[in-house]
Design a protein around this ligand. Structure first.
Ligand code: ATP
Length: 328
């Protein structure tokens, strides 16, 4: 483990922003902290960077305790949501900033700035004022500035959230490629599940300051530890087990929309009415009313129309996680 958090807690008055967070990251891994607004992701990242100190617990980097070291001493690269570029400095000076403050020689600075800008596809932009750049370009300058110091750990706090959808998808592909190419270790914060899926070797899902589950995107999608993780990792239908033959334990089965298929009336395990149908390119998303349930079905090819009856069953090979009933 290159980074280890052990039972790290940070409180602000009554609020426990991070609650006994234990987390280990391997060298070269791309890990994402994922969770809803206010779950403590930013605080966790700030604790690792050194902008906050834990009330309890410890943070180790390469086996050394860093919990009380300054951010400068830790030397991690950081990219924030609002970029925090220096508006009075040009692109070159922004990217050179960390190198200058580390007292690197001039020719090394020039070379590093050049190569960092080339990596983010901004070769030739050195003399531009940062205000003369688009949001996406400013974002890439911020990334180049973090990369220039070749940090042992790159910390990214929703760095793509100000970009439009197309640019966000493109930039995250480049970001992952860069991190892997440079053999860096990265910790990324987002509330966007799709972004987390695209970027991460492993995802840590947080809720109310606590870690719910950590695993590969496939682990979390296919075998979520609880209903919250299940619901946060894409679309989820919870079907009371009593509705399905052969499984008579109480509780709910998690059936993803792509694991439900239309069938003839004779083979149906669930029957209902099509209430809505949305075209999504390769798939069409259906909303089927089955008694008191509203089920989502992802279907390829022709299917029933709105208002028509629909007969459904889980795909025969589907492995359906079951959850105990919700305690009221
Ligand atoms: P978002 O996605 O909205 O940025 P987050 O998951 O990053 O949220 P944090 O910013 O870490 O969450 O905040 C966690 C909790 O701690 C929230 O309830 C927040 O209001 C509280 N909090 C964070 N920083 C402070 C602070 N400096 N003073 C008081 N409360 C704080």
């Amino acid at each position: 483990m290159i980074l280890e958090l052990t039972a790290v807690t940070r409180r602000f008055g009554e609020v426990t922003a991070v609650d006994e967070l234990t987390l280990g990251i391997e060298a070269g891994e791309f890990v994402t902290l994922l969770g809803p607004s206010g779950c403590g992701k930013t605080t966790a990242l700030r604790l690792i960077a050194g902008f906050e100190s834990p009330d309890e617990g410890s943070i180790h980097f390469r086996g050394r305790e860093v919990s009380s070291e300054t951010p400068q001493k830790r030397g991690f690269g950081m990219v924030f949501q609002n970029y925090a570029l220096f508006p009075h400095l040009n692109v070159f000076e922004n990217v050179a900033f960390g190198l200058k403050s580390r007292g690197r020689p001039r020719d090394q600075i020039a070379e590093r700035v050049r190569s960092s800008l080339a990596r983010v596809d901004l070769a030739g932009y050195q003399d531009r004022a940062v205000q003369a750049l688009s949001g996406g370009q400013q974002q890439r300058v911020a990334l180049a500035r973090a990369l220039a110091i070749e940090p042992p750990l790159l910390l990214l706090d929703e760095p793509l959230s100000n970009l439009d959808q197309a640019l966000r998808v493109q930039t995250r592909t480049e970001l992952r490629r860069l991190v892997k190419e440079l053999e860096m270790t990265a910790l990324f914060v987002t509330h966007d599940q799709e972004e987390a899926f695209d970027l991460s070797d492993r995802i840590a899902v947080m809720r109310a300051g606590r870690l719910c589950q950590i695993g590969t995107p496939a682990d979390l999608y296919q075998a979520p530890a609880d209903r919250f993780v299940a619901g946060f990792m894409g679309r989820a239908n919870f079907v009371p087990a009593a509705l399905l033959p052969g499984r008579d334990e109480p509780g709910d089965l998690l059936i993803r929309p792509e694991e439900l298929e239309f069938t003839g009336e004779a083979d149906a395990q669930l029957s209902g009415v099509v209430r809505d149908r949305r075209f999504r390119g390769p798939l069409t998303l259906y909303r089927i009313e089955v008694g008191a349930l509203d089920l989502e079905v992802a279907h390829r090819g022709p299917g029933p129309r709105v208002g028509e009856p629909a007969w459904l069953r889980p795909r025969p090979d589907a492995d359906l996680p079951a959850f105990p009933p919700i305690q009221e």
